[in-house]
Design a protein around this ligand. Structure first.
Ligand code: NI
Length: 373
């Protein structure tokens, strides 16, 4: 079977058998099998799911990383190899990333004697819940690594295109929850209560002024209220309303300023309306910050490989790869996957023609990075 078809076969097998974060047991078994059948060394890290392999010899080490988990989405592509696990789907293309990095591992294995160092290959579990990178780091899988590289497929970009950027790329992700407590009352006698629904609605509008009026318009910021819940009938003013949402930023100063202003505005509303408002922040992944030199290096290698390269725009999503880049320099890159439906959509269907060229690219990138170190 050709290299291309082998990778597509593996991708389809992964696609048909998606598993959620930290439940990637069968996925891990497959990856280990495929690596072992190519005589690639598996490293004995203590991991419940995920796998780490290594190719080459010597002291210098660079890493390639793929994520392996799927999402709680019911697939609606109608493909012959669609998900066989109801309610679970590889809707972010981590099956693509895994097959690309498996392909790179095969190519590097074929050049093992020539490699001026080692390439550690990380198959990371649990990217979607932003816990997997920490799991691999705790297991010691990053020890000795001088540079790390990873990819995400980009459905909005054509196959054959490549983009990355030095510095901040993916966003800081914060989740917030707000509890508004007023005083319940008969809907016809609102003066006897404190209307939590009116207060929550005004708070939603006021929060929109933080991004639009208190942050420099040249800084990236998104503040979205995504859930509002309160009341259970038409003639009672409820006592409590809950809000939930997310904040996305690229600079820590902007993130801190918005967090502070949200809390101050909530406190001001609580005083003004004689209610109680509690704001809780849950920190997600920090911004993904590419090393400028490795980002430029990765782009040069992509140019040489025949990709149409460009500078990526800032991305408002989060990416667990950020955790590695806090410890080790490297670059995360976007590779075009040309899907009509976007990431996390039940119809997401990336173009498999990206897989083999991307595998060749990552093998070349790892080898050239070792030569460069
Ligand atoms: Ni993803």
């Amino acid at each position: 079977m050709s290299f291309e078809n082998q990778l597509i076969d593996w991708r389809r097998e992964l696609h048909q058998n998606p598993e959620l974060s930290l439940q990637e047991v069968a996925t891990t078994a497959r990856i280990r099998d495929w690596l072992q059948s190519a005589a690639i060394t598996l490293l004995p890290y203590d991991l419940k799911t995920g796998a780490v392999a290594e190719v080459g010899q010597g002291d210098k080490v660079v890493a390639l990383r793929a994520d392996i988990d799927a999402l709680p989405i019911e697939e609606a592509t109608g493909l012959a190899y669609r998900s066989g696990n109801p309610g679970v789907m590889h809707a972010c293309g981590h099956d693509i990333h895994t097959s690309v990095i498996l392909g790179a591992a095969l190519l590097l294995k074929a050049r093992e004697a020539e490699l001026p160092g080692r390439v550690r290959i990380l198959f990371q579990p649990a990217e979607e819940n932003f816990g997997g990178a920490k799991t691999l780091i705790r297991a010691g899988a990053l020890e000795g690594i001088s540079a790390i590289f990873g990819m995400h497929n980009e459905p909005g970009m054509p196959v054959g295109s490549f983009a990355t950027r030095g510095g901040a790329f993916y966003a800081n992700v914060d989740r917030f929850a707000i509890k508004v407590q007023g005083k319940g009352a008969h809907a016809a006698r609102p003066h006897e209560g404190q209307d939590a629904i009116l207060l929550a609605s005004q708070l939603v509008s006021a929060l929109q002024s933080v991004a639009s009026r208190e942050v420099n318009t040249l800084d990236s910021v998104v503040l979205s209220v995504t859930r509002i819940q309160g009341g259970n009938t038409w003639n009672v003013l409820p006592e409590n309303v809950e809000l939930e949402g997310t904040l996305r930023t690229h600079r820590t100063e902007v993130q801190e300023r918005v967090r502070t202003r949200v809390s101050e505005i909530a406190a001001g509303f609580a005083r003004a309306f004689n209610a109680s408002i509690e704001v809780t922040w849950y920190a997600g992944p920090t911004a993904l910050v590419n090393d400028p030199e490795w980002a430029a290096f990765a782009t040069r290698v992509a140019d040489d490989a025949g990709y149409q390269t460009s500078t990526a725009a800032l991305h408002m999503g989060g990416e667990d790869f950020a955790v590695y880049l806090q410890q080790i320099p490297g670059a995360f890159v976007s590779i075009g996957s040309e899907s009509r439906f976007g990431l996390h959509h039940p119809g997401f269907n990336p173009d498999e023609r990206l897989i083999a060229p991307a595998a060749r690219y990552f093998a070349a990138l790892a080898e050239k990075a070792l030569q460069h170190l």
